[in-house]
Design a protein. Structure first.
Length: 298
């Protein structure tokens, strides 16, 4: 009974620490995202996608009379209210806390004035802004936080009009903001800068979520499965799994070997297979996350 109480107490502590870490990293993500707006995007009149892009455009048009941080909260509020029924109160509450924090940090950084403006080159501003936004978005995704925005709006419109995917709806809203920014600011080049921003942001967010240790998943379809498997096991710390298969055209029995290797081991793997069975059929694809012996602990 006493051991059971200790286990329950330890589980409660772990839950508290997990929730605490989520909100700490959410604040860091908001700070990184806000810094991208205040240091690079707004000073260089670059309008990205999403609610933050629309908020930035409003601040630019009003010459700072309507600040971006307040706009982020104001635009998100009706979206969160509409999403209450579809997503539930817990998700919407987390979104509201994240939105309020993001709007607050964006306004807080205005206290530093031009001291935080590090670049006046629009291409570099799009690049550095994308890095900071990618870090922020990656932290939101990794720690299961969300600020709502066009992601939630895309879910809502897809629920009503189910053409395409949710990602298509989100991309349409983001693209609309980018094009609107180019029209209102009379600067077609804004689309180019926004593309740089979005591309870099997507890459960085993937790195934050999945890490820098992407691996390759390899499928080897061969009639010499035992020889190739023995070679791989003796020359590599990676495990190999054999699945028995049959070629539907030749009607011959074939072995399907599955293994994961690091990116820098793919060339050596292909060379080894070529020596043992040059007729083998090899498929190499990305594996964002790999857990187990020789890789990350689960």
């Amino acid at each position: 009974m006493e051991n059971q109480k200790k286990v329950i107490s330890a589980n409660k502590k772990n839950k508290i620490l997990t929730e605490l870490s989520r909100y700490i990293f959410m604040i860091l993500g908001c700070f990184s995202y806000s810094l991208s707006l205040r240091s690079f995007l707004i000073p260089n009149e670059i309008v990205g996608g999403g609610v933050s892009g629309a908020a930035s455009l409003i601040e630019m048009v009003t010459n700072g009379v309507v600040p971006a941080g307040i706009c982020i909260i104001a635009i998100n509020l009706p979206i969160l209210i509409l999403g209450f029924k579809l997503m539930g109160w817990k998700f919407i509450l987390n979104c509201f806390i994240t939105t309020a924090t993001l709007g607050g940090t964006t306004e807080l950084l205005t206290l530093f004035g031009d001291k935080l403006v590090f670049c006046d080159d629009k291409i570099l501003a799009g690049l550095y802004g994308g890095i900071l936004q990618g870090i922020g978005i990656g932290l939101f995704i990794k720690f299961e936080m969300s600020s709502g925005g066009t992601e939630l709006l895309g879910r809502l419109t897809h629920h009503v009009i189910s053409f395409g995917s949710i990602a298509t709806h989100v991309a349409l809203f983001d693209g609309l903001v980018v094009v609107l920014g180019a029209i209102v600011l009379k600067n077609p080049a804004n689309v180019l800068y926004a593309l740089i921003l979005i591309f870099v942001s997507a890459k960085l967010s993937d790195m934050v979520v999945y890490g820098f240790t992407k691996s390759k998943m390899c499928y080897i379809i061969t009639e010499k499965a035992e020889e190739i498997a023995d070679f791989l096991i003796s020359h590599s710390p990676r495990g190999v799994t054999l699945v028995q298969g049959e070629g539907m055209y030749s009607r011959k029995e074939k072995g399907v070997l599955m293994t994961c290797v690091k990116n820098n081991q793919v060339v050596a793997l292909k060379n080894a297979i070529k020596q043992l069975d040059e007729n083998a059929f090899v498929i190499v694809c990305d594996a964002n996350e790999v857990y187990g012996k020789g890789f990350n602990h689960i």
